[in-house]
Write a protein that binds this ligand. Structure first.
Ligand code: NAD
Length: 282
């Protein structure tokens, strides 16, 4: 199946990165969010990201303009894509509502992919009458930079859908890997205990945030410390993922550290709100 038109739902951290990556690889993209303010913020993030690439001489200004020109922002749902990539909040009933609506209105051939970090694809697919065309397409943050894409096959995902999405990931310059449908899949099952243990170290007073990140990087050769990585992902997203694995896998090791819950309740979600484990306001 040939994919030409893509609609991305959600203009946040992941949605705007996915929209930029699709447009940079020649696809026409509509990026949908619920409020004009969020769509504007997403477009501004894309402009900023393209500006950085121009500054680094990776693309020229004309190319940056072309990429931006291929992205149509919208606050209204659109139903004309060959591939939908959903990157809205990590809340199962919100995703199920969106998928049910897309299923009702999109053409029969449209593939519905979710960028969920942890929610079972089979549950999302069961909100539609086309579970064979529902699949997980889990991009990594920041999307334009990170090479890997975790593709998750739900119980009913067809081979045809899998092949089309695997090819799409390659067309976006990514390296796809495939996982079966378990809470947290592969990437977050390995990553979240790293972030959670960093949080416990801070919570129990083992060290301050700067030293926890420093030791992870310099002694363990990690590219990012657990706390700065949690801040980059968003602590609200981390909590949601940990809870899906804690409940879904019935394993205490995924239970979120109370410090993360406290920060989220205080609105300190990480980079996107200016404060998390670290302070980004300066
Ligand atoms: N942040 C990460 O590092 C990361 C990495 C991989 C996957 N994910 C997953 O990607 C998804 C999005 O995460 P994010 O970090 O971009 O979140 P975010 O909070 O930055 O953005 C989510 C956006 O979705 C919008 N939204 C909510 N309901 C909507 C709807 N019905 N229709 C359209 N837009 C809607 C919100 O207004 C918001 O702008 C989540 O499922 C998350 O688990 C996140």
């Amino acid at each position: 199946m040939e994919i030409k038109k893509v609609t991305v739902y959600g203009a946040g951290t992941m949605g705007n990165g996915i929209a930029q990556t699709c447009a940079a690889n020649g696809f026409d993209v509509t990026m949908v969010d619920i409020e004009q303010e969020y769509v504007d913020k997403g477009m501004a993030a894309i402009e900023k990201s393209l500006g950085r690439l121009v500054k680094k001489k990776k693309i020229n200004k004309t190319k940056a303009g072309e990429i931006l020109g291929r992205i149509t922002p919208s606050t209204r749902r659109v139903y004309d894509a060959d591939l939908v990539i959903e990157a809205i909040i990590e809340v199962e009933h919100a995703k199920r509502e969106l998928f049910a609506d897309l299923d009702r209105h999109c053409p029969e051939h449209t593939i519905l992919a979710s960028n969920t970090s942890s929610l079972p694809i089979t549950n999302i697919a069961s909100a539609t009458k086309r579970p064979d065309k529902v699949i997980g397409m889990h991009f990594m943050n920041p999307v334009p930079v990170m090479k890997g894409v975790e593709i998750i096959r739900g119980e009913e995902t067809s081979d045809e859908t899998y092949r089309a999405v695997d090819q799409m990931a390659k067309d976006l310059g990514k390296i796809p890997g495939v996982a079966n449908d378990f809470p947290g899949f592969i990437a977050n099952r390995i990553l979240m205990p790293y972030i959670n243990e960093g949080a416990w170290s801070l919570h129990q007073g083992v060290a301050d945030a700067a030293n926890i990140d420093l030791i992870a990087k310099t002694c363990l050769n990690m590219p990012m410390g657990p706390l700065e990585l949690g801040d980059l992902i968003g602590l609200d997203i981390c909590i949601a993922i940990m809870n899906v694995m804690y409940i879904g896998l019935k394993d205490e090791k995924f239970k979120p550290c109370p410090l993360i819950e406290k920060l989220v309740k205080a609105g300190k979600l990480g980079r996107k709100t200016g404060r998390g484990f670290h302070d980004y306001r300066k």
